[in-house]
Design a protein. Structure first.
Length: 344
């Protein structure tokens, strides 16, 4: 691009202090932020915003005019998923606020319809919140938090013994930013951490298993954590056979995507007692249908796809975006560029 100025359009709500950080990156950036044209967040770092929001015809005209000018988009516009390629023909780069955008890009054919546009993910931004969720879930399960809270509600005093995380074996499927952070925290608590990914991450785990040896890894897992993207290769990668390989009484945690698990098979394993419990942040269908038996299982923690969400998220995403803006202006490779073939 030969233009001396680049128009950056912020497409989801961002706190004013973070907008100012972006504006201070370089004078060559014309950063446009029009919060009155954006969906209001329902909670901290809500990038989709309240779907009840509607622009007036005049506001919609203004917004589409801004999309037409934009060279860079901060986030995918949640109000124009299907027609974004038509409304933002100048966009050469979209910085997502999510790590898992492969399915979104594939669903709307952005890779084909926006062939000159680079898409970057927020990979790494959610590593600490997700890792802390995993630790919380394990501690609640093994220390008997549900039992304590139930006894408190009933004003019932009865001592009992929980158990420890130390010396247990944690198996992680997916050793990206999140998987390696989970491993770091859990190794610090004395757990043995084993893991698999397409390629080894030196020093991340105590033992690495090639994907072809997934079955051998599962057979050793006291706790199984899934942290892989949803791709054709990972869809329902954990099914009835894989769950049966886990030792009886194993604990299951899914912070990846609901589609990577055969959910009916998971429910069967929980109902039979083969699994001692599960912490689930993602599901085959979201919101989780009211008819799902997972809602009423006392050994299951249902999280509304919120394990990664933190009130510090926007600060971290802004830091990543500012670094990528400098790289963009300097003609350097951007961090977290999406491989549209691999979908991550």
């Amino acid at each position: 691009m030969n233009a001396s100025k680049y128009t950056v359009l912020i497409c989801s709500y961002l706190e004013p202090q973070h907008v100012e950080r972006i504006r201070r990156v370089d004078d060559r950036l014309d950063v446009i932020y029009e919060p009155d044209l954006l969906r209001l967040p329902r909670y901290a770092a809500d990038h989709n915003g309240d779907p009840a929001f509607h622009r007036t015809p005049e506001q919609e005209g203004r917004w589409q005019g801004l999309l037409a000018r934009a060279d860079v988009l901060f986030d995918f516009d949640p109000t124009h998923r299907a027609d974004l390629p038509d409304l933002a023909p100048k966009a050469r780069w979209v910085q997502s606020t999510s790590a898992g955008i492969g399915q979104l890009v594939r669903t709307y054919n952005y890779d084909r319809r926006m062939p000159h546009t680079v898409f970057t993910t927020a990979s790494g931004v959610h590593a600490r919140p997700l890792a802390e969720f995993v630790v919380m879930a394990m501690l609640m399960h093994y220390k008997g938090a549900a039992r304590m809270l139930d006894a408190q509600r009933r004003r019932h005093w009865e001592r009992y013994a929980g158990t420890d995380l130390e010396s247990r074996t944690l198996a992680i499927v997916g050793l990206g930013h999140v998987g390696t952070e989970i491993a770091r925290l859990c190794r610090a608590m004395g757990m043995t951490v084993i893991g698999t990914d397409l390629k080894p991450v030196p020093g991340a785990v105590d033992r690495y298993y090639e994907p072809s040896r997934l079955d051998a890894m599962l057979a050793q897992a006291d706790v199984l954590v899934l942290m892989v993207p949803h791709t054709p290769q990972t869809e329902k990668m954990i099914g009835r056979k894989e769950l049966a390989l886990l030792p009886r009484g194993a604990y299951f945690i899914n912070t990846a995507r609901g589609a990577v698990v055969d959910e009916p098979a998971l429910i069967e394993a929980l109902q039979s007692g083969h699994l001692s419990g599960a912490a689930l942040d993602v599901f085959a269908e979201e919101p989780l249908p009211l008819s799902s038996p997972l809602w009423e299982m006392p050994n299951v923690m249902v999280s509304p796809h919120s394990a990664s969400t933190s009130d510090g998220e926007n600060a971290r995403i802004t830091g990543l975006f500012c670094d990528n803006l400098r790289r963009f202006l300097n003609g350097e490779p951007l961090r977290n560029e999406l491989n549209t073939e691999l979908m991550y």
